[in-house]
Design a protein around this ligand. Structure first.
Ligand code: IPE
Ligand code: IPE
Ligand code: MG
Length: 266
């Protein structure tokens, strides 16, 4: 089989340790939309006898290379789970740290993201966030809204069930107001009212840290996503690990209910 490697400039190649991984990537088989459950920061820190906060900080640092590589590979959407509706159950100190980290990260990175034509789209219920976090996310969205490159969805105070509740409420309001008939409610009507309205569904959904669950992530959108689970903890999820996930995706046969078209030897 002939593999069409992606072309990457030297600055992007510098992010990769094992360049032979590129031999395994066929640019015709790359996902257009990738979603990631960035899990395992706490365990990464615990293994090293460090406070959980250090794990979160190292996790945030990982994003630089994953975003750069996604952009260089021409991936259109990258959806990052940074804080779930369930994460409010964590200690006050941890929640406060995560909210501050988001402000710190965005304020430091936003100009470079903007220069690289990246569009930031926060998804989730921002109204419940501390004001500085909300302001930073909204400022990032406003600054980058006209960019045409990679869209980075930042899922914060995000819950798939809450997203569906919000969509159903909107539909009900529109029906009550006579703007929509019940018959007009179809799959598109629902997806048009999700936080990800207008975007394609994730082709590939990655979860790090060995947990085998969705934890309320993109429940509607992931109906036909290819799932990739790795034991690697998020702060260790390097560009090389990302390439392994993308190479694995390239070998999946996406059937969407059809019979297999793979010709087998037997
Ligand atoms: C993921 O790492 C980050 C968030 C959920 C905010 P965790 O904090 O869940 O790390 P573990 O699962 O405890 O190792
Ligand atoms: C999912 O991870 C949420 C994020 C990565 C932001 P959790 O660590 O919160 O998930 P559970 O609680 O193990 O399911
Ligand atoms: Mg976790």
């Amino acid at each position: 089989m002939q593999i069409f490697k992606p072309y990457l400039d030297d600055r992007v190649k510098a992010l990769i340790d094992d360049l032979s991984l590129l031999e395994k990537i066929d640019i015709r088989c790359l996902p257009q939309s990738v979603a990631i459950i960035m899990d395992g920061n706490g365990r990464w820190a615990k293994k090293r006898g460090l406070p959980r906060a250090i794990g979160h900080r190292n996790g945030a640092e990982r994003l630089r290379s994953i975003i750069k590589l996604s952009s260089a590979l021409g991936i259109k959407y990258l959806t990052l789970y940074t804080f779930s509706t369930e994460n409010w159950k964590r200690s006050y100190g941890e929640v406060a740290f995560l909210m501050d980290l988001m402000v710190e990260y965005l304020s430091r990175e936003i100009d470079e993201l903007h220069q690289n034509n990246i569009r930031i789209v926060p998804i989730g219920d921002l109204s419940a966030l501390p004001l500085p976090t909300r302001r930073e996310l909204e400022a990032g969205r406003n600054l980058t809204s006209a960019n045409s490159g990679l869209t980075v969805n930042i899922a914060v105070n995000y819950g798939g069930r809450q997203e569906l509740v919000d969509a159903v409420r909107l539909l009900a309001e529109q029906v009550c107001a006579g703007e929509l008939t019940v018959e007009q409610i179809d799959e598109k009507a629902i997806s048009d009212r999700l936080y990800t309205a207008g975007q394609i569904d994730p082709d590939l959904l990655i979860r790090t840290s060995g947990e085998l669950r969705l934890s309320n992530y993109l429940l509607y959108q992931s109906a036909y996503s290819e799932l990739y689970f790795t034991d690697v903890l998020w702060p260790d999820f390097s560009a090389d690990e990302y390439l392994k996930a993308l190479a694995d995706y390239g070998h999946r046969e996406r059937r969407f209910g059809k019979e297999s078209s793979v010709k087998r030897g037997d």
